[in-house]
Design a protein around this ligand. Structure first.
Ligand code: HEC
Length: 157
């Protein structure tokens, strides 16, 4: 009886740290997955998580039998989102992703950027949106944006 009891204790001692470790991983990987699935990666980088993003991209491409853009191409269009959770709260990210157009400046160059973006605005379920927004608002790394990047977004919105 004592033996059964102590092996049960051993089992618990083994399982508890496992459960804690998986809870600690925190950031929902489904959100990262949606970032790929909804093609956000085609214009945006998350350089602070570059390795994980690349892995997710490769897994997605393999699973769907599609080609993803070569590494680095995204830099030319969007903005790096490594620090987006520091710059916008969840509500602001949600409202931006739902309808980005009003956030853009309206000069010639930015107008065309906004149009391109507008066409690609988020399409998906409310759950997917929650998951994606949860992931993005948790990105609080240092900025990885190139110093010469000129934003097309209106200031402070
Ligand atoms: C067709 C290209 C394109 C795609 C696809 C795209 N974006 Fe963007 N996104 C942009 C551009 C351009 C900006 C504005 C960058 C700037 O000028 O500062 C932007 C800005 C943003 C911002 C605000 C950044 C800031 O600095 O405040 C967020 C958040 C964002 N995008 C999220 C997403 C998400 C989530 C997806 C996928 C559902 C996505 N984007 C897909 C082009 C794109």
């Amino acid at each position: 009886m004592g033996q059964v009891y102590s092996s049960l204790l051993l089992l618990i001692a083994f399982l508890v740290p496992l459960a804690v470790a998986s809870a600690e991983q925190g950031a929902p990987p489904e959100g990262r997955r949606l970032f790929i699935e909804k093609r956000c990666y085609s214009c945006h980088t998350i350089k602070a998580e570059a390795a994980a993003i690349q892995k997710e991209k490769e897994a997605f491409a393999k699973e769907r039998g599609v080609e993803t853009k070569p590494k680095g191409e995204e830099d030319k269009i969007g903005v790096d989102l490594s620090d987006i959770g520091k710059r916008r709260d969840a509500d602001s990210i949600r409202s931006f992703v739902k309808n980005p157009k009003p956030y853009f400046k309206t000069d010639y160059e930015c107008k065309s950027k906004a149009k391109k973006k507008y066409r690609k605005r988020f399409k998906g379920t409310a759950d997917e949106m929650d998951c994606l927004v949860g992931y993005l608002s948790g990105l609080k790394y240092e900025s990885h944006q190139a110093a010469d990047f000129k934003s097309c977004l209106k200031e402070g919105e």
